[in-house]
Design a protein around this ligand. Structure first.
Ligand code: BG6
Length: 516
């Protein structure tokens, strides 16, 4: 049984949180990085805040041979490494809910053992056969694991009306292009219906990203100006300082367009630009996101260079440290043409956005970690202050700053104290951490809870995935056939000439990457 806990903290502040019902969480890839850095930490946070049901347990599945005890020890270490203060009692209590079963993902017998283990643990923990299967494994294992789960009878409860008791969580990337995404989906939907599938995009679990919905649709002041009449352009940037790290095997065959753009960037775009949904229900919000993606103007493949820039980091320095170029990173093919940076200009063909350029860029090994969405409004039509030389006044800019600090700010022109005509750009801003004096919740904590309570709002639906691949697959295929390599940029730079030209050709500039 799910409990909804509404609480009113002060007048005008309404918070609700739903406590998960009985649930088993079966994690494939349980000895991997994602499980230990993100999932177990997220679970521990939910557990410590009483958001998990007493009837809950985790069964880790993986290839490495571990006992329950080994898994518990490793899990406790990961939780300690990732959370500042943890109580020993809390750790003991969660440890007692962790189990592990090793095996070969391709062996049908493994799934029979999982089945037997679940039957035993479900009874012991009274989870009423509610199971979430979380695939924290490389994407090539999605189809075989789902197939085996299906063949072992693990995907459908005895009664069809109890279907939603069994859920499947998949990490990105979902497919490599339109064709593979459709194929993967056809495969998965043989065993799971869409209402059971939770495709994770962890950006949707970030507070400021979710706040786009609140800010746009819980206020009256934004909607009247949220359109081509008032907005000059929108910029969405995800700059990272990290390079390819230990992930060359995955990244070198993936690249920035598939790794960051098809998912995180386009998801942020949809929340900024979609029409108001008719309700806050998951599918009504997801309908509008898909509608928006369908309105993105397809790119003219003969003019791709006008709309897209690909880059790859070369050697450079960051904070005084010398950094290798991408081609020298361990595991990277020395002739690789994989892009580690991508920037585009796109247009949305609907009444709201006709003619407004959206500039999007993301890259690794840039000067700072900085993610933001910036809405730049049009300039004033005429300056009253031209007599004193103030002809060109800066435009108002509304910025959703997503990381490293989550904040929202609005810039405007205002008088400074002193002489009669003295003006400058001021910022009205609030920082979540400073205002609420809390560390912002980890996206995985939010997403794990939502999945357990059955709320699909922050998960991507198949049609969303397909429309985004429809838009991007032709570009990927064109690049694959293009003999030229991406432009090289120096590791640690803010931007580079070719990326700048993309926006400067329109008489605009990228916003500066914020340094720490
Ligand atoms: C992941 C990408 O989805 O997002 C990584 O695979 C990237 O390449 C990461 O580094 C960025 O996430 P965040 O939350 O640190 O911005």
């Amino acid at each position: 049984m799910q409990t909804i806990t509404p609480f009113i903290e002060k007048q005008g502040i309404v918070c609700t949180e739903t406590v998960a019902g009985p649930n088993a969480l079966v994690v494939f890839g349980a000895s991997g990085d994602l499980t230990h850095r993100k999932l177990l930490t997220g679970i521990f946070k939910l557990f410590s805040q009483d958001l998990l049901n007493e009837s809950f347990y985790v069964l880790g599945c993986g290839r490495k041979t571990f006992s329950d005890e080994d898994f518990r020890e490793k899990a406790i270490q990961s939780i300690r490494d990732n959370i500042d203060s943890v109580s020993p009692e809390g750790l003991d209590a969660i440890a007692n809910k962790l189990y592990y079963l090793d095996g070969d993902y391709n062996d049908p017998d493994y799934y029979q053992r999982i089945r037997a283990k679940l039957t035993q643990l479900n009874r012991e923990h009274r989870v009423h056969n509610r199971v979430v299967f979380y695939l924290a494994v490389p994407p090539f294992l999605y189809a075989p694991i789902v197939e085996h789960l299906g063949s072992a009878g693990l995907t459908c409860p005895a009664k069809p009306e109890s279907r939603e008791k069994v859920k499947l969580v998949l990490e990105k990337p979902f497919g490599r292009d339109l064709e593979s995404a459709v194929e993967l989906n056809n495969h998965i939907t043989r065993y799971f219906s869409e209402s059971q599938i939770y495709r994770i995009d962890h950006y949707l679990g970030k507070e400021t990203v979710q706040n786009l919905l609140m800010l746009r649709f819980a206020n009256t002041i934004f909607e009247p100006v949220w359109n081509r009449n008032f907005i000059d352009n929108v910029q969405i940037s995800i700059a990272e300082t990290v390079g390819v790290e230990h992930r060359a095997g995955y990244y070198d065959t993936t690249g920035a367009l598939r790794d960051m753009f098809q998912n995180h960037m386009l998801q942020m775009l949809t929340l900024v630009a979609m029409e108001p949904p008719i309700s806050f229900e998951a599918d009504r919000i997801r309908d509008e996101k898909v509608r928006l993606l369908r309105s993105v103007r397809p790119f003219d493949l003969n003019r791709l260079d006008e709309f897209w820039v690909r880059g790859q980091y070369g050697p450079g320095t960051l904070n005084g440290k010398t950094l290798k170029g991408y081609l020298d990173e361990p595991g990277v093919n020395p002739d690789s043409k994989t892009e580690t940076f991508v920037a585009t200009k796109l247009f949305i063909d609907n009444w709201r956005w006709q003619g407004v350029p959206f500039y999007l860029r993301t890259g690794k090994r840039l000067a700072a970690k900085d993610t933001e969405i910036a809405i730049t409004f049009k300039k004033i039509p005429y300056s009253l202050f031209s007599s004193v030389g103030l002809n060109e006044l800066p435009a108002n800019v509304l910025v959703f700053h997503i990381q490293p600090e989550e904040s929202i700010s609005l810039s405007f022109q205002a008088k400074r104290p002193g002489s009669k005509l003295c003006m400058s750009t001021l910022n009205m801003s609030f920082s979540y951490e400073r205002l609420f004096s809390v560390h912002l919740p980890d996206p995985y904590k939010r997403l794990l809870l939502d999945c357990m309570i059955g709320d699909q709002t922050l998960f991507t639906r198949q049609d969303d995935i397909e429309v985004s691949w429809q838009l991007l697959s032709p570009i990927l295929h064109a690049w694959e056939q293009d003999a030229s390599a991406p432009y090289t940029y120096a590791a640690g730079c803010d931007s580079f000439a070719e990326a700048d030209r993309l926006i400067e050709a329109d008489g605009r500039q990228w916003r500066k990457v914020l340094h720490d």
